[in-house]
Design a protein around this ligand. Structure first.
Ligand SMILES: *Cc1c(COP(=O)(O)O)cnc(C)c1O
Length: 402
């Protein structure tokens, strides 16, 4: 007998009514595992094996170099960009798949600073992801005439002084899932004369972003988190169409040339987002990412978000009612400020995550005291999330669900 509001029956009823429940079948998920780490590495799409095998044997093996022209390899960066575009509210000709997030970030930061000469700062938060901060410091050193200005999130608007070249933020915080007001901050950046660059690593595939709707200038994002593209999957970058002829790729390569096979001695950028390609497309990695993007077929990002909000809300409520006071919520309680992740503080967070992992509940520990859980709405069930909540409550040292 239980007086908990979240009962297994209630969770199962949500699963029966879940309009995107069928999508779970598109993934390979080990038995007995509740995977709450898809925000670090999404699970394997069922179609990825065949798509990678086709790229290997059917294309590379059989066609050799003709793969470039006969197998769509050359168009893959823009084709995959077109598949990501609707998930982030961009037009297909504004997104390209290339590089990795850290490299794409450096390229866009340099281009943004050069497009706003005379402006002295890159504005960001001290809470930003390490790679983003390292990239900004390196760009400042490289350019010599800009400095990185790190502030607390609450100080951002007040810090958008007249000297900011670019406001560079990560939309959803990797520790707490706190989500910035992207429309409002983008508007504030523009009012101050700065460009707005957003890192969408923890947003793409989980949270609607509305890049065009909100006038975002530049964005980057990860292929292997909520997009499920596999370990080390290439990243994507977005350049607003109106800026495409103004901004220049600081790492030009022959494949971003307007006519690569003229082998001209001087660089002339391709029109559109194509100039951001520096190198030869990573065909094998892109085959897995293309399979993963196929898993979003027929899904709106709004439907994904609705389930994600319901899953994270259930998880918070169920942990708190089963173990009152045992953990402290480190994520926003308000769903509209929370990405697809829930973090709790506990002095023994590392031990809790080990106990959970031993029982098949996979999340991760973020020092010093965070238990971090990611929620992939494409493949989790409400029943699994309730089960995991009960185990978190138990591991945190409080009475568990009967
Ligand atoms: C995961 C993540 C990255 C990863 O960058 P890589 O170059 O793919 O290693 C960058 N920025 C943020 C905010 C991230 O969450």
């Amino acid at each position: 007998v239980t007086d908990f509001a979240w009962t297994p029956e209630r969770a199962k009823a949500l699963d029966r009514a879940d309009p995107i429940a069928h999508v779970r079948e598109r993934f390979v998920l080990p038995d007995g595992v509740v995977y709450l780490d898809g925000n670090s590495l999404g699970p394997l799409p069922r179609s990825a094996g065949a798509m990678v095998a086709t790229a290997l044997e059917g294309e590379w093996g059989d066609r050799l170099i003709a793969g470039w022209t006969e197998s769509g390899w050359m168009e893959a960066p823009e084709r995959l960009g077109g598949l990501i575009a609707p998930l982030v509210g961009a037009d297909p000709d504004e997104v390209i798949v290339t590089d990795t997030t850290s490299i794409a970030l450096v390229k866009l930061l340099v281009a943004a600073c050069r497009a706003r000469p005379g402006r002295a700062t890159i504005l960001t938060t001290s809470t930003n992801f390490p790679t983003d901060l390292y990239a900004m410091e390196a760009v400042a050193q490289l350019l010599g005439d800009v400095a990185v200005h790190r502030v607390e999130p609450a100080e951002l608007r007040g810090s958008l002084a007249a000297d900011a070249a670019v406001l560079a933020l990560t939309h959803v915080d990797f520790r707490t899932a706190e989500m910035f007001d992207l429309p409002g901050l983008t508007r504030a950046a523009h009012e101050a004369g700065a460009l707005a660059l957003w890192d969408l690593c923890h947003s793409a595939g989980a949270v609607p972003v509305g890049l065009r709707e909100h006038g975002v200038d530049l964005a980057v994002g990860c292929g292997y988190k909520f997009l499920n593209g596999g370990p080390g999957a290439p990243s994507f970058l977005f350049v607003r169409r109106e800026l495409q002829s103004e901004l220049a790729n600081p790492l030009p390569g022959w494949l971003g040339h307007a006519a690569p096979f003229d082998f001209a001695p001087d660089f002339r950028p391709a029109a559109g987002v194509g100039q951001w390609l520096t190198s030869t497309p990573q065909v094998l990695g892109m085959a897995a990412l293309e399979a993963a993007l196929g898993c979003f077929e027929g899904l709106s990002i709004e439907a994904v978000r609705a389930k994600s909000v319901a899953l994270t809300g259930l998880f918070i409520e169920a942990v708190e009612e089963r173990a009152p006071g045992a953990v402290e919520l480190a994520s926003p309680r308000s769903a509209d400020r929370r990405g697809s992740q829930v973090s709790f503080r506990h002095p023994q967070a590392d031990r809790i995550m080990e106990v959970l992992a031993a029982g098949g509940v996979i999340g991760d520990f973020r020092p010093p005291d965070l238990c971090r859980f990611g929620f992939g709405a494409l493949f989790l069930t409400y029943a699994q999330v309730l089960d995991a909540a009960g185990r978190v409550a138990e591991a945190a040292g409080q009475p568990s669900a009967p």
